[in-house]
Write a protein that binds this ligand. Sequence first.
Ligand code: CDP
Ligand code: MG
Length: 144
Amino acid sequence: MPNQNTEKTFSIVKPNAMKKNCLGDILSMFEANGLKIAAAKISLISTSKCEEFYAEHKARPFFPELVKFMTSGPVLLLCLSGENAVLKNREIMGATDPKKAAPGTIRFKFGDNVGENAVHGSDSLNSAERELSLFFEKSEICNL
Ligand code: CDP
Ligand code: MG
């Protein structure tokens, strides 16, 4: 049974990492750090859904390229659960820019550049709730 500190967070394995055929490695890193795969599906993200997902970055210069990249191929959509899952996932991912990511993090290992940085992870519990509801029905998050 999940305990009181159990959180759910949202993660995406981005198209550049999907191309590296390293899903097993990435999922192992979550599991080895105490996160559980509560829901998972491989999918293409539509442009409109992607723009909604990244709405907070709409005014940033990299926005058009980011949307183009994130819709360029299949991604793995994940709900991760576990103790302090939001922060823990951010630690496992590493810094946004793979060049600044700590050794052993997903972005250090599989990121190519600041845009194509292998994974997304929610930055707060509120973001996690919003993002999960964009991509998963409540009933799909069933492996808790
Ligand atoms: O993903 P994270 O929360 O670490 O970073 P963000 O600041 O929320 O930016 C969202 C995404 O935009 C990043 O993961 C990158 O893919 C992209 N980005 C970019 O292409 N160029 C930047 N200078 C910053 C972010
Ligand atoms: Mg972010």
